[in-house]
Design a protein around this ligand. Structure first.
Ligand code: ATP
Length: 618
């Protein structure tokens, strides 16, 4: 349960319990819980409606009609800010937020800037050219150093998290912007926001935030402008703080980048509480400069709408996608991520909104191929969340460190370096054992919303608390996963074991019908991939190597011959949205745990680049 709207809904069903909890000296009179005041003494002046349509609303008739909903009551009785109240209410409801085991990255907190309140060139610029008031400038604690505007990003507690310096003058038409390095990506403007506010506006620039304040709508500004992906990485850091807002008005620029940003923000913060504000000019400040009145802006807010559900769109939206399918070389390309094997380039993709089932016999390397793939996706900028219910995090991370580092035994500094890199894009569902699918998806949902994860791994179906004979339960679990992947536009990789088939010895990788359990597992998957390890070849190779070591010349030639054949086969048995299905031989490196296809370098892939700390340990 993440945001205020869900918490409010849950509280409503328990209005009486909340009233009793907050005001134990009250008495029930019909539908109302009556008490003296928010201080809790017996009396009749404060009434909380606990039943019916108005359940949850309260009024203190002795205090000039002060009142509100149950959250206001909680704040008033306990004398706490809304953010703290929400934490307490989550505990009261028993719905704490999921926590990820994750090294919190430490950011630099800049020193207070050496500047003064604008009084000369900066003030002149902000008032004359940008039409801002001194009150707005003061509310946002804007500073002045010569002809540079100082814009501090402060946390709601008043700490300075970052500073942006904006030159009044342009250089060859370009804005002069500088930011303090290594600071936490946060929104600008908390210093001007009421701690108990339920509505907030988000703009695409600091000056626009000040302008909105002047229009009567205190606002925060995104730190890196419009666009998607990394530009909106601040969401991860502000997710909890924004949980207190019931309505988030997105007044971003009316251009394409602004709209991409608005779509991403509303998808992650919750479409139900994000309203898109369409302004008559490109941004708030352009409205101000062009003389748009506060009344017109208020009308824009009144007309603001939630963004359309993702399911509803015009066909034209897919034009680029369709062109990309016909002409992949146009750069419009297909969405989704590939495997790290050149031989499969252009043949297989893991697209958003799909489920891939990975199958194969035990010990054939399903998890290992997947972890190599995850490293590859991380390198391409994707954020990945792995629920490895069969293997402790330290074990599968050890494997990934070898694969990422392309080395057998990395040095301690190199391990730290690789782990630091993986920490940026990899989240771990820290549980070995059984977990219900609903709970995993709840945690995944949070990882998607807060951290922007797009690739999810569940290893394996057997650990989802569904019996191996419970075909109905398996169908239900897979259906739930598919639904979630489709609705959230993410890709889920589900490992499912294959039946003990004699195919292993016959030398053929498993097919769709070999997946152990209900047939619906395969029929609901968009892609089915099996991994098969050629044990016969491995044994022959082992024997030949031993003979060669004893000096058998013929065995040496045999070793070379056998090493030329792939020890692993990946079988793409189904690809619903792709044109290709088929098999591809892979070579597995015992030292780096990387896999490669015939077209890849035997040296493996260097995900970390080369550097002094990458030597292997002795
Ligand atoms: N081709 C291979 N050559 C040598 N060792 C391999 C190969 N593939 C996998 N292994 C080893 O086998 C073990 C199991 O691998 P992995 O966990 O990836 O298999 P899996 O198919 O996911 O098995 P399970 O279904 O039992 O989880 C690991 O120790 C791994 O290093």
């Amino acid at each position: 349960m993440n945001d205020i709207t869900e918490i409010k809904r849950a509280l409503l069903g328990r209005a009486k319990a909340v009233a009793e909890h907050l005001l134990p000296h009250g008495v029930l009179d019909g539908r109302e819980w009556c008490v003296g005041s928010v201080r809790g003494e017996p009396g009749k002046s404060l009434k909380v409606c606990v039943k019916g349509e108005k359940a949850g609303l309260w009024t203190d008739f002795a205090e000039g009609g002060e009142g509100g909903d149950l959250l206001d009551l909680w704040c008033a009785v306990k004398g706490k800010r809304l953010a703290q109240t929400l934490d307490e209410v989550r505990t009261f409801l028993g719905v704490e937020r999921p926590r990820f085991e994750r090294t919190e990255r430490t950011y630099r907190r800049p020193e207070a800037p050496k500047c003064r309140t604008p009084q000369s060139d900066v003030l002149e610029y902000l008032q004359t050219e940008r039409k801002l008031t001194l009150q707005a400038i003061k509310a946002y604690k804007v500073g002045e150093v010569g002809r540079t505007i100082v814009l501090p990003s402060m946390t709601p507690c008043g700490a300075i998290a970052g500073i942006k310096y904006l030159g009044v003058d342009r250089n060859n038409g370009k804005k002069q912007v500088r930011v303090e390095a290594e600071c936490e990506p946060t929104l600008f403007g908390w210093q001007a926001i009421d701690a108990n506010a339920r509505d907030i506006v988000i703009t695409e620039g600091e000056i626009d935030a000040l302008t909105m304040w002047d229009y009567g709508f205190p606002a925060l500004s995104v730190p890196f402008g419009g666009g998607g992906g990394n530009k909106q990485q601040w969401i991860e850091h502000e997710f909890d703080r924004l949980a207190q807002f019931e309505r988030i008005y997105l007044a971003l620029d009316t251009d394409k980048e602004g709209q991409i940003a608005a779509a991403e923000i509303s998808a992650r913060l919750g479409r139900h509480r994000c309203f898109n504000v369409t302004l008559p000019f490109k941004d708030a400040n352009e409205c101000r400069v062009n003389g748009i009145s506060a009344g017109v802006i208020a009308d824009c807010f009144a007309a603001a709408e939630t963004l359309d559900p993702a399911e509803l769109c015009r066909a034209g939206k897919f034009t680029d996608d369709v062109i990309g399918l016909f002409h992949p070389d146009t750069g419009l390309g297909e969405p989704g991520l590939p495997l790290p094997f050149s031989r499969l380039d252009g043949k297989l993709r893991f697209r958003p909104g799909e489920l891939t089932v990975w199958t194969g016999s035990s010990g054939h390397g399903k998890s290992q191929v997947l972890s190599h793939a995850a490293v590859h996706w991380g390198k391409q900028g994707a954020k990945v969340c792995i629920a490895s219910l069969e293997m402790a995090p330290r074990q599968f991370l050890k494997r990934m460190v070898k694969q990422a580092g392309n080395v057998d035994r990395p040095t301690i500094p190199y391990i730290r370096h690789i782990m630091g890199w993986m920490d940026e894009w990899l989240l771990v569902f820290n549980l070995v054992g059984k977990s219900g699918v609903t709970h995993i998806l709840e945690v995944f949902d949070y990882a998607r919303a807060r951290y922007g994860c797009s690739e999810f791994v569940i290893d394996s179906l057997m650990r989802l608390g569904v019996g191996s004979e419970d075909y109905e339960g398996q169908e239900k679990a897979v259906f739930e996963i598919v639904n979630w992947a489709v609705s959230r536009e993410v890709h889920v990789h589900l490992v499912a074991h294959s039946r003990k088939a004699d195919k292993d010895s016959k030398g053929a990788p498993p097919e769709t019908e070999d997946i152990k359990g209900a047939s619906e597992i395969g029929s609901n998957a968009f892609n089915i991939i099996s991994i098969w390890r050629n044990r016969k070849l491995e044994d022959e190779l082992k024997g030949a190597i031993e003979a060669a070591e004893r000096g058998d010349a013929a065995a040496k030639l045999k070793v070379a011959d056998l090493e030329g054949a792939p020890g692993v086969v990946i079988n793409v048995a189904k690809q619903r949205n792709g044109d290709w299905e088929g098999k591809c031989g892979l070579w597995f490196s015992q030292t780096t745990y990387q896999y490669r296809s015939r077209d890849d370098s035997p040296m493996g892939i260097n995900y970390m680049g080369r550097g002094p700390i990458m030597e292997a340990a002795e």
